[in-house]
Design a protein around this ligand. Sequence first.
Ligand code: SF4
Length: 498
Amino acid sequence: MNQLTSETFDSNARASLKDVHLRGALKNLAATFGERRRTAIASVENWENLREKARAIKDETLLHLDQYLENFAENAERAGAKIHWARDGKEASQIVLNLIVERNASKVVKSKSMATEEIHLNRALEAAGINPVETDLGEWIIQLAEETPSHIVVPAIHKTKKQIADLFVEKVGIEPTDDVDVLTRTARNILRERFAEAEIGISGVNFGVAETGTILILENEGNARLTTSLPKTHIAVMGIEKIIPKFTDLDVFLKLLPRSGTGQRLTTYQSLITGTKRSVNGEGPEEVHIILMDNGRSRMLAHPVTRQSLACIRCGACLNACPVYGAVGGHAYGAVYPGPIGAVITPQLIGIGATKQLPYASSLCGACREVCPVKIDIPELLLHLRAEITDGEANGKKTDIPIKGKFAERFAFGVYGLAWKRAGIYKIGTKTARLMQKFVARDGKIGEVSGFLGKLAPPLGNWTAFRDAPVIAPKSFRDIWREELKNDLSTKDTKKMN
Ligand code: SF4
């Protein structure tokens, strides 16, 4: 099992940077999904309007979340579902476990769900002797490997074909092969047996419609449909932020989510579930249980900046666009939610003390904000969390985080501020830097800075350990301006004399 934690993001990231296979897979992911997304959004005329609309729907829902949740619960129960409320992950897991035990069941299948990953449901069920089987191919591979997902949408993206083939040989006992068809057929045959015998199916939820009490699950493999329709009992674990007010709102989100996530116009399957099956001989489960889980979401709701985290529809586009995720992958974040959205959600879910490196896992380039279908301003959120870390205060309460190097950071920024406020100091600073860079600049770039200079300016050494820094231009804009002004004047004077 992957033991990385958010507390050690820096060292996790350093180790990931050395993983050649991982770098290859991530490069491929960013290129493929980025291109597919661009093509898919080009098929919609009013993409920007749709993003605005989606954000407006989410903002309105979050402002009146209590009301919409009550509507949802009433309508879902009217259709035959049973609603459960869970304050945190522990309560949610206990409800699932009780439902399984009360039915004297042991055969459990599960479809991909970030909410259940968030609360480590499998671990809780396994501790009670229940072994749920993941049925999404990527999740199943991860379960076989006893690892955690490294991407919200493509959980096994960090694994190569060869690693998966070796895993199948070791865990499933097939002959060695690199034929993808053989591997997928093997998985399908095994999982079909699990579906056939399953007594309970557990799923997540993409959207819950308040107006009708309907839940929507999007997927591409058909496993979520089997999970929610074959077993007699379906348990859905849903974060309270998944609510949208009206059925017609789905039109907006169904255009945005698949295009942003996988670059598809629509996912292969969309399962809309409203309550239990309608008649004895009808299709679907006899019981539907929906667990509405808070688990830190009310805290996010309390502040206008953090509230926007709850608009996330878990499409994964920000991960694919992020240069940090693209370099270090998901496991380095040491938490269920990786990438830019993970860097803002994880500290809010499990506390900033153990995750204080995550808000700094960003260059603040804004690529995540550009691609986010619901226009979440992730850089704003990152800065907000960084401010909480520096001030040692979150939502008016002391966080009591011991910040390493806090004094050094404040001192460095103090000097920086001073230099930018006073032209004289700025001039001396840039002149000195221009002089010093002559010792380290090669071909117009500053490569790895080590030795005396690295010690003299440690942040420079850290920066250039993994990337080149641009050199300061030989002349400042003001110098060039002054020179050209002088040239202009002397040309005019010469003309006058002539
Ligand atoms: S923050 Fe935006 S881009 Fe990232 S997963 Fe959520 S909805 Fe998608």
